[in-house]
Design a protein around this ligand. Structure first.
Ligand SMILES: *Cc1c(COP(=O)(O)O)cnc(C)c1O
Length: 372
């Protein structure tokens, strides 16, 4: 079955008790069992597993074509839930451009377990090969990356990792399984912030891991989630599952809008550069073409004239809301350097844009007036 169909039907059987077509939200924390703990329908206690979350996990696994999925309370909970299961006293390679939370985990928390993180240019498979050492336990990809939309060649890097028995993880938040399926390209685990496109309406936090194999690592991460309590509420699981149902349709419109906006901005004299993998001018456009069905709703732009011109542009927009996060119906824009704390890594003339689901002509008119 194709992903548009799986997105709607996986984990979507009508409720057996009532025939309800939309799944019930089971809020029960505890499930009746027999006097010797015999389970009735497989569930015991909400923290371990629960029916609403299981439906979501079934859908996520089907959409990424993995054997198993685990839902978490946020993208960061999913990320740390996996990284904390890596063997201590090892070394991981992470993209030089990546979600800031990964960098913070690598600087502040992983070293406590003897895990060091090294930033690598993941656009270049040879740089990855050179950075791999005896102690490397994991290569972490994020493609396209946040906020520079750098693209890594998942298949080539997967081949390197397989040779050396290194775990390959891919943060697939920007692309979603609708546009890119890292497990099919050789990754072992996919990570999502389901807060973004899966939720799709800027009103629910969640994260997920999808495993190519239901193996010992999956079991370890699952047990760790159970014991540390790093779980979603059933209501959040239900909202994310509801978002998954329309993900493919929404992504098509996000991509359509983003392509038009990237083209408009790349021709505009006030813009120095547009980072969007769908543009032929993107450094890794051909890799993106080979591994993505379409190029997503995210981009970033470098504005001519430095920080002041950049903030003036962001301030004059009427439809694009200045806010963090991404993947919702409404278009958002953010001057990353202003929100990255005392030592920002993003250039002062960079704006990240999450293109929403408005009409593209209205978005382009808004950009045009703000740049004039
Ligand atoms: C938002 C995001 C995360 C973190 O997810 P949360 O749900 O905010 O914890 C991780 N990776 C990427 C690429 C993101 O955009």
């Amino acid at each position: 079955m194709r992903i548009e169909t799986l997105a709607i039907h996986a984990g979507g059987e009508p409720d057996q008790a009532t025939g309800a077509v939309s799944p019930p939200i089971h809020l029960a924390t505890t499930f009746q069992h027999g006097p010797a703990g015999e389970r009735v329908a497989g569930f015991e206690y909400q923290r371990e597993a629960n029916p609403t979350q299981s439906r979501l996990e079934e859908c996520l696994a089907a959409m990424e074509d993995g054997e198993a999925a685990l839902a978490f309370a946020s993208g960061m909970a999913a990320m740390s839930g996996l990284l904390e299961c890596l063997p201590p006293n090892t070394h991981i390679l992470a993209p030089r451009d990546c979600y800031g939370g990964l960098r913070s985990l690598g600087q502040e928390f992983l070293p406590e377990r003897g895990i060091t993180m090294r930033a690598v240019n993941m656009c270049n498979a040879e740089a990855v090969r050179d950075a791999i050492s005896e102690d490397t336990s994991c290569v972490w990809l994020e493609t396209p990356s946040n906020p520079l939309l750098e693209v890594s060649d998942i298949k080539s890097i997967a081949a390197l990792c397989r040779q050396k028995n290194i775990l390959l993880v891919c943060d697939n938040t920007f692309a979603t399984p609708v546009l890119q399926q890292p497990l099919a390209l050789g990754a072992d685990v996919v990570m999502h912030s389901t807060t973004k496109y899966f939720g799709g309406h800027s009103d629910v936090m969640g994260g997920a891991l999808v495993f190519a194999k239901r193996d010992a690592l999956h079991e370890k991460v699952s047990h760790r989630r159970h014991i540390t309590g790093n779980i979603l509420s059933p209501f959040s699981a239900w909202l994310i599952l509801r978002g998954a149902r329309s993900l493919a349709a929404r992504m098509a419109w996000h991509c359509n809008n983003a392509r038009k906006i990237a083209e408009f901005l790349s021709m505009h004299p006030a813009i120095e550069k547009v980072n969007y993998p769908g543009l032929a001018s993107h450094e890794n456009h051909l890799v993106a073409v080979s591994q993505m069905h379409d190029f997503g709703g995210m981009m970033s732009v470098h504005v001519k004239g430095g920080r002041e011109a950049t903030l003036a542009f962001a301030g004059k927009l009427k439809l694009f809301i200045n806010a963090t996060s991404l993947g919702g119906c409404e278009s958002l824009i953010e001057h990353r350097a202003s929100v990255e704390g005392p030592n920002p890594v993003s250039p002062q003339n960079l704006l990240r844009i999450s293109v929403g689901l408005e009409h593209p002509d209205d978005l382009i008119e808004d950009l045009r007036q703000a740049l004039s």
